[in-house]
Design a binder for this molecule. Structure first.
Ligand code: AMP
Ligand code: ZN
Length: 466
């Protein structure tokens, strides 16, 4: 049936393919770099990664842009409180964010772009909107006139026709009930960072950066725009109003929103103070791949209630898969090929792919893989799973891991459990047998970095912790 995605714009699951050729032009709202990302933020970024990986699995190429919001109300307030220049303050958290992305095995978008390096593009876009009559100035700031854009509300499916023309809001964030003409350019205030513009020195409002950067790199109409569900209003509604008023064309064909991660049934957010960061979880001894597994185990449009127990469960699920892989790689199997097991393998792969094609149903995709593992483990016990079936089972795991990316253990001292070490040693032995010596050396070195010493003896490989 092909890939289908839920589109917030139409409230429907629709068949997806890029508008032009084979390349998907995609934009994701990135982090506001004023603090460490919490694992709620990471849920949304892991969803972006799942989408990226599945699009690539399906043979598409990607032109994916993510912004870094490095000028914004909270950033300015915090950096001024600390007396640190804004750039110095944001670069630090940007770096932490990029490190967290790498630790979580999140693929890097083709471009990661900073708001402060695109002020001119924002000024130009505001000037275009001004020429077309979509803006007005008040007290030195520039506002977007919502009443000029009749389809305002089409993404959040809210009727804004009754809102009072000329009422303004300067905050970057507000709710639907508070919708008013929003600010595009804020007049210079005190010692706040500011830039020159034809409409006076000041700084951009938050919403204009994504319109300007998305269209600069991806053209007027994107294939996919993503973000967390809280961004649909006002941020994405405002992006549509800005971009479509300027170009007269649809801004994005598909809008995808990731539901929130909750803790104790409440949204995880910095303002509620109920947050976990990736670093805290790692310090508690949990592996990044366990968090990845938890975040991916619930389809992105469902709320996910986070608990430490779910992380423990994920850890043991991953271990089950690693042990299974080890068993396939190193178990002694009789010769031959069992055709009914091959049929089972094809069926499992089909179920896995069909689930992912169905708006990235990661829960069902996982269920298909675990069912196969359970069934074939039994067949291995019974001795009916034979050598000829080994490759197809390993291939299923490899396909699964192209998207889930949890099978390789993280090489951090203290995080490698015995079965992961054994699995790596088995892989090294297999690589040596296949004369892939550089892969074998890589594994030895990776283990060494994680504090594991290997000793090749005539009875096989022994290992110990440093
Ligand atoms: P921010 O750094 O605050 O701009 O947020 C970065 C991304 O995380 C945005 O796409 C938000 O929508 C998303 N986000 C914020 N809180 C949560 C949460 N509790 N669960 C999932 N996503 C979230
Ligand atoms: Zn954005």
């Amino acid at each position: 049936m092909g890939l289908r995605l839920y589109n917030t714009l139409t409230l429907k699951v629709e068949p997806f393919s890029p508008a032009n050729g084979n390349t998907v032009r995609m934009y994701s709202c990135g982090p506001t770099v004023y603090n460490y990302a919490h694992i709620g933020n990471l849920r949304t970024f892991t969803f972006n990664d799942t989408l990226r990986r599945w699009l690539r699995y399906r043979g598409f190429l990607l032109e994916h842009v993510m912004n870094i919001t490095d000028v914004e109300d909270k950033i300015i307030r915090k950096s001024m409180e600390l007396g640190v220049p804004m750039e110095q303050y944001t670069r630090k958290y940007e770096q932490f964010f990029l490190e967290d992305m790498a630790t979580m095995r999140l693929e890097k978008p083709e471009r990661i772009v900073r708001a402060t390096e695109h002020i001119q593009e924002m000024v130009d876009l505001i000037s275009t909107l001004a020429q077309k009559g979509f803006t007005y100035e008040s007290d030195g700031s520039v506002y977007y006139r919502i009443s000029k854009f009749p389809s305002y509300g089409k993404l959040s499916h809210h009727d804004f026709s009754g809102i009072q023309a000329g009422a303004r809001v300067d905050n970057d964030e507000y709710d639907k009930d508070d919708a008013r003409d929003f600010v595009l350019w804020k007049q210079r205030k005190g010692a706040e960072p500011c830039w020159d513009a034809p409409f006076g020195a000041g700084r951009p409002g938050w919403h204009i950066e994504c319109s300007a950067m998305a269209m600069k790199y991806l053209g007027d109409t994107l294939d996919i725009h993503t973000g967390g569900v809280d961004l649909a209003f006002p941020h994405h509604e405002n992006e549509i109003a800005q971009s479509e008023a300027a170009t007269g064309k649809p801004f994005a064909r598909f809008w995808l929103h990731c539901e929130h991660l909750h803790v104790d049934m409440q949204k995880m957010s910095k303002s509620l103070g109920n947050i976990y960061t990736l670093r805290e979880l790692i310090d508690m001894g949990y592996s990044p791949e366990a968090l990845r597994f938890v975040l991916m185990s619930v389809p992105y449009r469902k709320k996910l209630n986070f608990t430490l127990d779910s992380l423990k469960g994920a850890q043991s699920s991953i271990e089950r898969l690693r042990n299974y892989k080890l068993r396939l790689q190193s178990g002694r199997l009789s010769d031959g090929l069992n055709e009914s097991i091959s049929e089972l393998s094809r069926f499992a792969l089909h179920k896995f792919e069909a689930a992912m094609d169905d708006d990235l149903n990661t829960a069902e995709a996982l269920a298909a893989v675990f069912e196969y593992v359970r069934e074939t483990n039994t067949l291995l016990d019974q001795g009916v799973f034979v050598a000829g079936n080994r490759a197809e089972a390993l291939q299923l795991l490899a396909r699964f891991d192209q998207v889930f990316a949890v099978l390789e253990p993280t090489m951090t001292a203290g995080l490698l459990d015995d079965s992961s070490i054994e699995a790596l040693i088995a892989e090294r032995t297999a690589a040596k047998k296949a004369k892939q010596f550089s892969r074998a050396d890589d594994i030895r070195n990776q283990l060494l970095e994680a504090g594991i010493i290997l000793e090749d003896t005539k009875d096989g490989v022994r290992w110990k912790r440093k």
